[in-house]
Design a protein around this ligand. Sequence first.
Ligand code: CP
Ligand code: NVA
Length: 309
Amino acid sequence: MSKPELKHFLQFKDFSREEFDYLFERTRAIKAQFKSYQRYWPLSDRTLVMIFEKASTRTRLSFEAGIQQLGGAAIYLNTRDSQLGRGEPVEDAAQVISRMSDVVMIRTFEQDIVERFAANSRVPVINGLTNEYHPCQIMADIYTYIEQRGSIQGKTVAWIGDSNNVCNTWLQAAEVLDFHVRVSTPPGYEVEIERAGLLGTGHFEQFADPMAAAQGADIVTTDVWTSMGFEAENEERLRDFADWQVDAEMMRVARPQAIFLHCLPAHRGEEVSAEVIDGAQSLVWDEAENRLHVQKALMEYLVLGRVNL
Ligand code: CP
Ligand code: NVA
């Protein structure tokens, strides 16, 4: 069997708009097959290794269920019970792990770790969240919008809260897929353009006032005020972010058809009110489910290349 060109998905901008169009088309087909209980095992005898250096519910579940549904198998490694937690160089781990598997997913701290792993890997590497980015999440978020409302091109996303890994990935996606992001963070937490890995194509604007950012938005979205790895700042962040909650009043200034998204896990009463996340505009459960479907399309693409069905 011929092998496709080795590609990794370490940040959103690793793929072109045309590749995302292909992946979203495959997602739709794979999801429809799954919903109608049709067996689809293109990755039989293939192995996914999942490396977790941080906690996870959705990412582990969606990758593990996803590879099984494609006919393959998953192996879970974490820092605590592997040599990764005992100082084995990431380059050596990559050499070994990639000789025994077909695709690797990593959730870790600095982006540099996934970059170094990928540079020493014989197989595709997927970023399952780093301090800087969460590309699989934004694939699912955008697929959810497309599924429910149509093309995202030219649309407006309001990001309210911390300019974290999920925010950075929205900003990269806006440049790749040509939409706009209006970001509102408390002072001192603004977007860092270099850390976000932006080209500077003018696809985002920063707002001091969160209500101004939400005005006329097609998607209103947020995330926890304190991300994994930043727990020491929790008390300070609770104070600093108190006025950056997505509530019903904020949803009212967005477009009437606007949707609310949150990568989850959420803290009701902090970054989002219960009324919004549990309300009619919230698509968070579809968003979470779509992690499964987009990542199946992603693994199929990375392992097999484009399929002609
Ligand atoms: N959204 C997300 O990545 O969730 P987990 O941390 O549960 O994987
Ligand atoms: N920004 C959050 C996302 C969790 C899925 C974190 O990094 O903890």
